[in-house]
Design a binder for this molecule. Structure first.
Ligand SMILES: [Zn+2]
Length: 229
């Protein structure tokens, strides 16, 4: 049976923390052997995306969970490997944008970008200067330069009492841009690092000579009974 406790979790789609998922329905899917697999479909109260729980039958007690689709975990975050304060601003921005408050989202996106640039030592007062600094460092590609006007637009938000309003389309555009910048800054280097760590470094000349000497010795001694390599 479904356990109501399972509904309290992080949304694997939008990252909303410790939310209470809405229960939509419980249904069975037929197996070829005549049995039934039981699922309960829930949805996130913020992004409305579906989360399915695969569990034992409605009359079976205690409740047993076989799996959740999509699975929780690092992979399900919109951008991986973000520093904590950057992630907090970024997820807040997504949350308020989904709640229909683009102005507030733009302010959170500005904070996201400010905090991200600060991690790389760019702490200029103007956001646009920080982003230009990241471009100069080669940390974000030149193509992003075309969208500096978007950055400029959100850069002034919250700084003056007479803020201009940001509409939903602009806020979504800035969100898309911010997501790309964050991937460039934090996710891609992390993935590359992991790949390099997995692949052993190329052998040095000295190591190659040693290996050669070692394999010659093995082939003469035939210690392990394996054919000489
Ligand atoms: Zn969600």
């Amino acid at each position: 049976m479904f356990d109501e406790k399972w509904r309290f979790r992080d949304c694997p789609w939008c990252g909303l923390r410790d939310t209470e998922l809405r229960k939509i329905s419980t249904f069975g899917t037929p197996r070829p052997d005549g049995g039934i697999e039981v699922y309960t479909l829930c949805s996130c109260p913020r992004c409305a995306k579906p989360i399915s729980f695969h569990h034992n039958g409605q009359n079976e007690s205690p409740p047993e969970l076989f799996g959740v689709i999509p699975e929780d975990g690092e992979e399900s975050r919109p951008v991986q490997n973000l520093p904590e304060n950057v992630e907090r601003y970024y997820l807040d921005a997504r949350r308020v944008l989904d709640a229909g408050v683009p102005d507030a989202a733009a302010v959170q996106l500005r904070r996201t970008l400010e905090a991200a640039a600060a991690k790389f030592g760019h702490e200029e007062r103007q956001l646009v200067k920080r982003v230009e600094g990241l471009i100069d460092d080669g940390l974000i590609t030149k193509g992003f330069g075309d969208v500096l006007h978007l950055v400029r637009k959100v850069g002034n938000l919250g700084a003056h009492a007479t803020d201009e309003r940001v509409d939903e389309d602009t806020a979504r555009a800035v969100l898309g841009l911010t997501t790309q910048i964050l991937r460039n800054l934090f996710e891609i280097p992390h993935v590359l690092e992991a790949l390099t760590a997995e692949a052993p470094p190329p052998p040095t000349e000295e190591q190659l000579e040693q290996d050669l000497a070692g394999s010659l010795q093995t082939s003469f001694e035939g210690e392990d009974g394996s054919p000489p390599s």
